[in-house]
Design a protein around this ligand. Structure first.
Ligand code: AHR
Length: 315
């Protein structure tokens, strides 16, 4: 009897040690979009730092905004026998075949940031903010600031990506409730500073120096920062003659607010490694009750709290 209890205790300790090993010694493949924006580079840095804090071996792949390359990188993680894949997809479509292969290899997939339109059974959960809400928040702020009368130029992000699709839809859903609000022109800027600058140079030319334009709505801060530079170069006054509205909440947009050049930004949190790895490690540890969408909250900032936000980030 005594021998049996000792044997049972030894087995229990062994099982606990194995479980602990499974929880800590994990290798995770992270397929990242690229380096197109300050938000993206902050997100990558946070994932690396958070993985290191947790003792996770992180295989990091940068797709440089190329979806073909990203698919190959994800399959590379399968060949490397990772314990889990975290995918921030460049675009929404075309993922089913790749995800089926990862699924067939028995490797769980976690979508972060942007979305895919594949069958949700092919991934465990998406951990991300609500891009449609960000668009609606921007539209609602602009509607109240202009009493529902404003002609807008829009700088769109990368074609086919979830934030571009949803921020446009959400913004339009709100402003279309106001008969005197409309988007005059939508131009692509690929989420980059340079893309925003070039798009704005074209707009300044085609609208006779933004004549009759009341606001610039940009799908991210970096494009807006590029647009602000183009407006200054053309002798215009962003933030004064046009309201300047965007998404991300990167440090330079708060500096632009303090300089009077930017009016509002909806913050997209970049320090989200903790949310992502909580779900991945929880799942690998046996937890199965995650919702398909683990929502990360958004917040709206204006020049009124710009200095406080920078100070809270130690900047
Ligand atoms: O997917 C999130 C978007 O991608 C960010 O808002 C933008 O800056 C980034 O490039």
């Amino acid at each position: 009897m005594r021998l049996r209890s000792i044997a049972l205790a030894v087995i229990t300790i062994f099982a606990a040690l194995l479980a602990a090993d499974a929880a800590w010694a994990v290798t995770i493949g992270f397929a990242q979009v690229g380096t197109e924006s300050d938000w993206r580079t902050a997100f990558s840095a946070d994932m690396k730092a958070e993985a290191a804090r947790r003792g996770i071996t992180l295989l990091f792949a940068d797709a440089d905004n190329d979806v073909e390359r990203q698919r190959t990188q994800v399959l590379g993680f399968v060949a490397a026998h990772v314990d889990a894949v975290v995918l921030a997809p460049v675009v929404v479509t075309g993922w089913t075949e790749t995800l089926q292969k990862v699924h067939a290899a028995g490797i769980p997939v976690f979508i972060s940031d942007r979305a895919v339109d594949s069958d949700p059974s092919l991934f465990v959960a998406r951990i991300a903010a609500d891009f449609n809400l960000e668009g609606r928040l921007a539209g609602a702020w602009l509607a109240q600031a202009t009493l529902g009368a404003c002609s807008i130029v829009e700088l769109q992000g990368s074609v086919g990506s979830e934030p571009t699709i949803q921020r446009h839809k959400g913004f339009l859903a709100v402003i279309s409730q106001f008969p005197n609000m409309r988007i005059l022109h939508s131009v692509g800027g690929d989420f980059t500073n340079d893309g925003g600058r070039q798009a704005m140079e074209g707009l300044i030319h085609s609208t006779d120096g933004l004549k009759d334009v009341c606001a610039v709505w940009s799908h991210n801060d970096n494009m807006l920062l590029g647009a602000i530079a183009a407006m200054h170069a053309a002798g215009l006054h962003p933030g004064h003659d046009q309201l300047m509205v965007s998404v991300d909440g990167v440090p330079d947009i708060f500096r632009a607010m303090l300089a009077g050049d930017s009016s509002m930004s909806v913050e997209l949190k970049s320090d989200i490694g903790k949310y992502i790895f909580d779900v991945v490690q929880g799942y690998l540890g046996g937890r199965r009750d995650y919702p398909k969408w683990v929502l990360i909250p958004s917040a709206l900032h204006t020049p009124a709290d710009a200095a406080a936000v920078l100070a809270s980030r130690g900047l």
